[in-house]
Design a protein around this ligand. Structure first.
Ligand SMILES: *Cc1c(COP(=O)(O)O)cnc(C)c1O
Length: 383
């Protein structure tokens, strides 16, 4: 049966019908009052979502472009930075730093393990000369399903006093409580195809007053990603370059939906679906790749023993038209990942787990009582 695709990957995530219909409209001119009014609304709602009074800027880039902008606007060549690296995305931010000639030091943990905040504390406390200009942390490491302890790491950054905290919040924003102002986060980057419930194409960067101070003296080259341009335009409810008009109209719709649902409820839904998914995987006697106390709200990685993870994925797709994500790099074929981010309902979780049970049986994995995964999920979803 065609046209029943269910995306259970950590981006692109499913898009609600109201947003799909907004995408189908004729584009409107981006220098019109009509569009400016939409931008004004979107800007206000982005601040609400980020729990900030400061700027949240919008660029036509993927999540990587948003993080890159968040790095290069506030630093100068040779600046010393600390980058947390415990997965694909942490590795990427170290590479971006190197590409721009920054003095990059990584703080690593095994893939599947969380970063150790004490290692950040050690480096930051030892830096009495205040040479460390920024600390970059991937909050939810999508490649492994690990949620890093950003709150504690950030506390150590605050004690240092000089360094900026730059956060890849691509799969935590809109899934997990991330109070940007209350925590004093300086730069927070995200992308439209994750918690925002619209297709790929927009990146977002929240910028604190302290980061704008650093911007004034930052010397890394930039043009299209120069956030000063975006701030200036945003003050006039416009954009420096042609924005993806239809995506922004769709975003207007989904931010409205999110506001209606409320932050508490959104975070509660992600927590509940994470717990249901993890309970189900345990019910199927399959090993979870990340421990309970550092589990991402957006993505659950599973390491099936004695079965190729990609066989599970391809049968899930073929039999049930459910798309799961695979492992990256050395985890290729070793893990599969279930996304539960954005426009995902409890029903989707149940469908996914029930389908997974059938697929496991078809592949000859019999180390569970049929129905055990669904039963475990049902118990959690029952509240
Ligand atoms: C998806 C994702 C990104 C951005 O990836 P793009 O392909 O550039 O959109 C960055 N960080 C994390 C943790 C992600 O999950």
């Amino acid at each position: 049966m065609e046209d029943k695709l269910m995306l259970m990957i950590p981006g692109p995530t499913p898009v609600p019908e109201a947003a799909l219909l907004a995408l189908a409209k004729h584009p409107i001119g981006h220098r019109t009052n009509e569009f400016s009014n939409i931008l004004a609304d979107v800007t206000a709602n982005l601040k609400w979502l980020h729990q900030t009074e400061s700027d949240v800027l919008m660029l036509n880039v993927s999540g990587t472009g948003a993080v890159e902008a968040g790095i290069i606007n506030f630093l100068s060549p040779g600046d010393r930075i600390l980058v947390g690296s415990n997965g694909k995305f942490g590795e990427r931010w170290a590479e971006v730093g190197q590409a721009y000639g920054l003095n990059v030091e990584t703080i690593t943990a095994e893939w599947g393990q969380p970063l150790d905040p004490a290692q950040f504390a050690d480096k930051l406390q030892a830096d009495t000369a205040k040479e460390i200009k920024a600390v970059i942390v991937t909050h939810s490491e999508t490649s492994t399903g690990v949620l890093n302890d950003l709150e504690t790491i950030n506390r150590h950054v605050k004690e240092h006093g000089e360094a900026l905290i730059i956060v890849d919040a691509v799969t935590s924003l809109g899934a997990f409580n991330l109070p940007v102002d209350a925590w004093g986060l300086d730069v927070v980057a995200s992308g439209s195809q994750k918690g925002y419930m619209i297709p790929p194409g927009l990146g977002f960067v929240a910028v604190s007053a302290k980061a704008w101070e650093a911007y004034k003296t930052a010397k890394l080259p930039k043009y299209y990603l120069d956030l000063g341009k975006y701030k200036k335009s945003a003050a006039k409810n416009t954009t420096p370059f042609t924005p993806p008009v239809n995506l922004i109209v769709a975003l207007h719709t989904t931010l409205g939906m999110m506001k209606e649902e409320g932050l508490e409820s959104i975070f509660g839904r992600h927590e509940r679906q994470k717990n249901a998914t993890r309970a189900a995987i345990k019910g199927l006697n399959l090993p979870l790749f990340a421990a309970d106390d550092c589990a991402s709200p957006a993505i659950t990685a599973v390491a099936p023993p004695n079965i190729e993870a990609d066989k599970i994925r391809s049968l899930m797709k073929k039999r049930f038209d459910i798309a799961l994500a695979g492992g990256q790099d050395h985890l290729k074929n070793k893990i599969f990942r279930i996304g539960h981010l954005g426009f995902v309902s409890d029903r989707d979780i149940l469908s996914c787990i029930a389908s997974l049970e059938v697929v496991l049986l078809e592949l000859g994995y019999e180390n569970f009582t049929p129905g055990a995964g669904v039963a475990a999920a049902a118990k959690v979803l029952n509240g």
